[in-house]
Design a protein around this ligand. Sequence first.
Ligand code: AMP
Length: 269
Amino acid sequence: MDKKKENISIGFVPTMGALHQGHISLISKSKTDNLLTVCSIFVNPTQFNNPDDFKKYPITIESDIEILEAAGCDILFLPQREEVYPPGFIKTHYELGGLENILEGSYRQGHFQGVCLVVERLLNIIPCDILYLGQKDYQQCMIIEKMTQLRNINCSIKISPTIREKDGLAMSSRNSRLSNSERTAATIIYQALIYMKSNLKNKSLDDLKNNAYQMLEESGFEVDYIDITDQHLGSVENLNSSNTLVGLIAATINSIRLIDNMILTNIDE
Ligand code: AMP
């Protein structure tokens, strides 16, 4: 198909399936902006640093297809592993700079190389005009932006806000693995972000992070990191040093690792 000749714009939403309203919000944005919307479902082995996490990743293809049909998604790309990584496929290394080794990168060795590999590969297969990503994976958005620049990939990127459950928990495919009590406890991540946002003016940076840390630990979470950075994920020394501040949390309960973030200086969230 010659997209230019046909004047068709294509929006692309890459996912790992177990679809929820967060994914659907990206599909809806794409449908508003483009003539064709493509969603891919592929649980990408190269981005899992923990083989157990990969094995336990929820797979719900039948309900995913129903959800995509109901959302009016035009095309589902559901490749086999060999289609994405054919025999003889040579892995590229991406020079992602410091961004690769902080936050998620420091806890998930090789994760972002795997993310770049699959997204570049998918973008080779699906010639899209706009790539839709969720702010839920804040660092991933920045990494993918960098990868598209490094590789001169000609598609724009649109980042959509995080969709949350009523109690604030960020929707995530991994939430389906939580037991009832873990699910109840998991709202503490949102509450800790709200705590940091609400107390930005009356607490020090250290107090904010330490108190949020304590909130998570008291709810049974093991904390990987709680950080407050500038919008480029650069470290901040104090709370006056940047106009835009982002709070980021990664924490695990019973081997289920959840991440979330919030723009702390934006009164709309
Ligand atoms: P995943 O299936 O987890 O790889 O996510 C696929 C895309 O959906 C990524 O761009 C995510 O950032 C985005 N996404 C996941 N959860 C949410 C959410 N709760 N709200 C908005 N976007 C999300």
